[in-house]
Design a protein around this ligand. Structure first.
Ligand code: NAP
Length: 522
């Protein structure tokens, strides 16, 4: 019998009613689970999280919450093999893709556990120094952060059911807010299992985490002024959520991570025999194929000097031909299927739009020769590389095709023209510059930084250390302006304020020092 996924609300596992959605193994199209949240009382779940989880977390200091995150990381890491198997068996991930998601989750929890230890035994975060407010030196002001009193609702995309849950939860829990997480329904099996493991371990206080397995129902209609919403997904859904009447009326803070047309620039200085060129080829191909290109940070636009485009195309095609597509359970396979039939449909539609004005130079938009697949089921798409005629080919800068698809664009002339091309993506999560020419890199950085949340400056000096632009670093900001949603996640201590209220406090220096536990002279 197929499992009916349960939600975890009010400290209990609950099953919804009504007609459930079917979750499908994208390799075989077999149904692996069902999910419905119809009839579940989200208001009661939120009240419980606020009262039980919120109070318990606020009684802990940063170091204690850090210990809690460490325990979460350890217990999930202890179930690593089971989680990797589940991801490969149900979500179409190759083992390497599954590691990227599951290990990324435990690593990020571990990172924020260490941050908690560093922040220490305080529960109020100070922002900046003491400010003199009058001639009388005793009258001073400070800015402080305290945890919000509500629930952090997290709505995640389908592509990272493990990391997506953990990276948001790590920050909110460390800040002192309980979490209600909603993974995308299609890949929720993995998140549900992680919750079961966490619940069985008892490493979290009652009410600290809740789970919605299926549709979000009316949860957003019950958020109040002390709650927050962090969303990852498409910009269409983000726009809808931003306009939710209750969220607007209560000024509920919303953080959005949405689409992004991430660029990779091959510098004019990089010759084909250099380490930087190898790094460029490796990282472009990894981004096109890892998680079958279903990564918000994946390279979509490849800017190449016009006089090099033919040879770069040949090299990229050769590298792509070494990436077998097929059954993700088979070790040699590097590219699994897309996550859902809708995803395959959307990617094919996006690809057709690109093909109207760009040449297809690798792949044909079909399944290709599949390894270890002897049926015609599954949502497979062999990687596709396209080539635009002109740098300003508008469709390439307008349409995010969320699959193993990228487009090469030729550039020449002024650096400013190249940077205008990159900026035509209208705001991105991360773009990369592959070059050892420092003045060129500096010029590009100055012109494109404002359009990005992160820049990957790739050179021979970091070739052996670089995980590529697609790996989100817990210590660095994740998010981006414009099309990318305007959000900011992660970034170490920089990420905590979203879950905390900044308050200016003015009064006697002595009183402030006593209450805020600031050592004299600090
Ligand atoms: P999506 O269709 O927008 O769904 C995202 C999440 O929103 C899912 O959990 C979905 O739930 C939920 N949702 C949909 N309608 C909702 C509503 N009316 N109320 C509340 N929740 C609702 O996006 P997706 O297809 O999962 O993800 C692909 C997109 O995400 C891509 O465009 C990609 O660029 C973007 N993405 C961005 C990042 C980033 O960090 N910036 C990361 C990954 C993906 P159901 O599954 O139950 O419908």
């Amino acid at each position: 019998m197929t499992t009916m996924l349960k939600s975890y609300l009010c400290g209990t596992w609950m099953e919804g009613k009504g007609t459930p959605a079917s979750l499908v193994n994208p390799t075989t199209e077999e149904v692996v689970a069902h999910a419905t949240t119809e009839g579940l009382d989200f208001k009661a779940g939120l009240d419980y999280a606020r009262a039980k989880g919120g109070n318990a977390l606020r009684e802990m200091n940063f170091a204690q919450r850090g210990e809690m995150l460490k325990a979460m990381s350890k217990v999930l890491h202890g179930a690593r093999e089971e989680l990797l198997d589940l991801a490969t068996e149900t979500t179409g991930n190759t083992r390497s893709d599954a590691k990227f998601d599951v290990d990324g989750a435990t690593f990020t929890l571990g990172f924020y556990a260490r941050l908690g230890r560093e922040l220490g035994e305080r529960s109020i975060l100070l922002d900046g120094d003491e400010i003199a407010l009058a001639k009388n030196p005793r009258f001073v002001g400070r800015h402080i952060y305290t945890p919000k009193l509500g629930v952090a609702v997290h709505i995640n995309a389908f592509n990272f059911p493990a990391w997506g849950f953990a990276e948001k939860a790590a920050v909110a829990l460390l800040a002192g807010m309980p979490v209600m997480t909603k993974p995308a329904t299609s890949t929720a099996v993995l998140t549900v299992r992680m919750f079961e493991i966490l619940a069985e371990s008892g490493c979290l206080p009652d009410g600290a985490v809740s789970l919605i397995s299926g549709s979000a129902g009316d949860v957003l209609d019950h958020l109040t002024t002390q709650d927050v919403l962090a969303f990852t997904g498409s910009s269409n859904t983000a726009t809808m959520l931003r306009n939710n009447a209750n969220l607007v009326a209560n000024s509920v803070p919303i953080n959005v991570e949405a689409d992004s047309l991430n660029a990779a620039i091959l510098g004019p200085d990089v010759d084909a025999s250099s380490e930087t060129y190898d790094l460029f080829l490796r990282e472009v191909v990894r981004d096109m194929t890892q998680k079958a290109g279903q990564k918000c940070t994946a390279i979509r636009r490849i800017f190449v000097p016009a006089d090099r485009i033919e040879s770069v195309r040949e090299d990229l095609c050769q590298e792509l031909s070494r990436m077998p597509v097929g059954n993700p359970l088979t070790r040699e396979v590097k590219v699994g299927p897309l996550a859902t039939s809708n995803q395959l449909r959307d990617v094919k539609a996006g690809l057709s739009r690109l093909q109207e004005s760009c040449k297809t130079v690798y792949g044909d938009g079909g399944r290709g020769d599949l390894v270890d697949i002897d049926h015609d089921r599954g949502f497979f798409l062999s990687p596709v590389l396209l080539q635009a005629e002109r740098l300003d080919e508008s469709v390439v800068h307008a349409d995010e095709v969320f699959g193993p698809v990228a487009t090469m664009l030729p550039y020449g002339g002024e650096t400013a023209e190249l940077c205008d091309g990159v900026m035509a993506g209208n705001g991105g999560l991360v773009s990369s510059v592959y070059s050892d020419d420092v003045p060129f890199v500096g010029e590009v950085l100055t012109q494109i930084a404002a359009g990005h949340g992160r820049l990957h400056l790739a050179s021979a000096k970091i070739a052996d250390a670089s995980p590529g632009p697609g790996t989100v670093m817990p210590a660095l900001l994740h998010g981006g302006p414009g099309r990318a949603g305007g959000g900011e996640e992660l970034g170490g201590a920089r990420s905590l304020p979203f879950y905390m209220q900044r308050t200016a406090v003015q009064g006697s220096r002595r009183v402030l020092q006593k209450i805020l536990d600031i050592p004299k002279g600090d």
